[in-house]
Write a protein that binds this ligand. Sequence first.
Ligand code: SF4
Length: 167
Amino acid sequence: MNAAEILHTLTDQGFNMAVEGDRLTITPSSRLTDTLRAEIRTHKFALVELLTRPANDEPTPPPPATASRAEVEQWMDLVGETDPETRREVLANYGYPSFTYPDSGRRACRQCRNLEVDGGCRAARRGQIPNASKHYTWPAGIDALHRCIGFRPGLDDHDPTTTEKRP
Ligand code: SF4
């Protein structure tokens, strides 16, 4: 889910949301599922942006030039930019060039939608990678190519199949 979808889900399910500074409060918190909690943690920056957007619906300004790749991707999610070519161009403007995808089907954490802004792995935090700690990413580094059970192709991946389905 992107931030807009999370917001829609929360509203549909009758949650109340409030922002104070950079603190996001969702009530009643006891009704939040683990999945929703994980999604909210991942998209907190974008959710706060959405909830504090001026009433005249000014477009959300782009992140600063020093933004991480994940922050730029979150902003594109927020403004609804889903065209892979445009996303590649925007990333290139921030100095994040397209990756060269090898035929081996291996990918790097940096290409995975589970890589969070803080450099952690969302799949590991959800317990979807056996024996991985909550702060896990691929031990050889986020740019190392490998096969990972939790890999979710990023929007700029020309091959949307997951690791399990790759030859
Ligand atoms: S799911 Fe696997 S490939 Fe994706 S960020 Fe986590 S460790 Fe890396």
